[in-house]
Design a protein around this ligand. Structure first.
Ligand code: HEC
Ligand code: HEC
Ligand code: HEC
Ligand code: HEC
Ligand code: HEC
Length: 295
């Protein structure tokens, strides 16, 4: 067991230094970022995360296999002639839905993924997750030239923990972004992703946050609204969870107000002809820190 943990630590720690260290299979990639042992000490956070969209980024709503068209010949400009010809570049979606695939996976992982999509192999695709290690290591540092890359065996969070009792991640360092919206903005999109040979657009909500909410006087961060502490610890469900319909209704009830004003009258179109008319003024106000819906 101990040996396996050491191996996981070493692999996660060296992002793409040599191709030999990249994952060749979906299992290897899942293993590199496996966070299951965090559960033994962070049970509540783990249980929240397990229900979150971050735990199922390749089949978020109702278990859909959203990337399937990319694996089908002719269905998108990215689609290969055959799933066996897929590469990491076939799936621009990895940038945000599975960033560790871009840095830590060989093209063979994309082939296996494309084949799994065609075979509708949900058990295999479900192993691909935005785990604790993706946020608390891989995506924990944004200014990599000045601050360096995330280090082996180190977790990052909003505060420092000099001695962390995990077998591989023996310390937690302070990262400047964990309390900032930028942490989330890395994946929640600014607008079209123009760096791809065919631009793709998905989430653009961080752009809306920066350019509409903040200039209009908004003061809160993503974390303040979406990770309000439960029992003193940041909520990792990061709601809404679209598969939990009552939960979503509750959030929407709190976030949206609907003001309706009506005026009924009769319009005298011509002598003796009264046409009933109604004027309805509706105003929907959202307290969200960005446009909704997004995408
Ligand atoms: C053996 C128990 C144990 C395991 C396993 C463990 N942790 Fe921890 N972790 C702790 C304890 C205890 C603290 C609190 C230390 C303190 O606050 O002084 C902590 C603190 C943290 C913090 C910093 C919290 C903060 O306040 O910012 C993070 C992040 C964290 N752990 C993530 C993880 C992740 C991710 C894993 C799995 C790779 C993990 N932990 C595995 C016990 C554990
Ligand atoms: C590594 C990239 C990444 C990071 C970092 C990230 N997210 Fe996400 N987030 C995603 C992806 C991808 C999804 C959608 C997964 C799916 O359902 O397909 C998602 C889903 C969500 C959802 C569920 C609602 C929805 O429409 O799917 C919320 C809310 C959310 N994220 C908020 C946050 C907040 C707040 C932060 C910062 C604390 C954050 N995210 C950080 C990638 C990320
Ligand atoms: C800029 C980052 C980014 C890129 C690139 C991206 N997505 Fe997303 N996607 C997200 C985030 C974040 C969410 C969830 C939050 C939201 O919708 O605002 C999401 C949500 C989704 C959803 C709805 C949730 C679900 O899983 O059913 C689908 C479908 C989706 N993306 C498909 C794709 C596909 C297909 C691609 C590639 C062609 C792609 N995305 C590329 C960030 C991205
Ligand atoms: C002022 C509080 C507030 C802030 C700040 C905020 N959100 Fe939200 N967010 C909400 C509320 C409330 C909803 C649900 C309401 C709704 O969907 O109408 C929501 C919905 C979402 C959704 C689902 C979008 C959809 O398509 O309906 C995502 C994803 C999300 N937020 C991510 C983020 C991220 C990332 C940030 C930071 C860049 C952020 N939020 C900042 C309050 C906030
Ligand atoms: C989408 C990114 C993301 C994922 C995935 C994620 N975290 Fe976090 N985590 C954060 C952010 C951001 C904070 C800081 C929130 C704040 O301070 O408001 C945080 C805070 C924490 C804390 C400190 C909580 C507190 O309030 O004292 C612990 C412990 C922690 N995370 C453990 C984990 C574990 C364990 C997992 C996996 C089960 C995990 N995280 C997955 C982004 C993430």
């Amino acid at each position: 067991m101990r040996l396996r943990w050491l191996l996981v630590g070493a692999l996660v720690a060296m992002p793409a230094v040599a191709s030999a260290q990249k994952a060749k299979t979906i299992d290897e990639l899942a293993q590199m970022f496996d966070s299951s042992r965090c559960k033994s000490c962070h049970a509540e956070i783990y249980a929240q995360w397990e229900k979150s969209h971050h735990a199922r980024p390749m089949m978020g709503v109702a278990g859909g296999l959203k990337d399937t068209p990319l694996a089908m010949k002719g269905a998108t400009p990215f689609s290969p002639d055959d799933p066996s010809k897929a590469t990491i570049a076939t799936f621009p979606c990895f940038k945000c839905h599975l960033p560790q695939a871009v840095t830590h996976a060989e093209d063979s992982v994309a082939v296996e993924y494309a084949q799994a999509l065609i075979a509708k192999d949900k058990a295999k695709i479900g192993k691909l997750q935005i785990t604790c290690l993706v946020c608390h290591n891989e995506k924990a540092i944004v200014h990599r030239l000045s601050d360096g890359k995330p280090q082996p065996g180190v977790l990052y969070s909003s505060k420092e923990v000099a001695s962390h009792p995990d077998k591989v991640f023996k310390s937690v360092k302070k990262s400047g972004i964990f309390k900032q919206s930028l942490m989330c903005g890395q994946c929640h999109g600014l607008g079209p992703n123009l760096e791809f040979e065919n631009p793709v657009q998905c989430a653009t909500l961080y752009g809306s946050y920066l350019h509409a909410y903040i200039p209009a006087g908004g003061t809160q961060t993503c974390q303040e609204c979406h990770m309000k502490p439960i029992n003193g610890q940041a909520d990792h469900l990061i709601a809404p969870n679209w598969d939990d319909v009552p939960g979503v209704s509750k959030i929407l009830q709190e976030a949206l107000s609907l003001d309706v004003q009506t005026l009924g009258y009769e319009w005298l179109e011509k002598a003796k002809t009264h046409v009933p008319k109604v004027v309805v003024n509706t105003k929907i106000n959202s307290t969200a820190g960005h446009r909704v819906p997004d995408g």
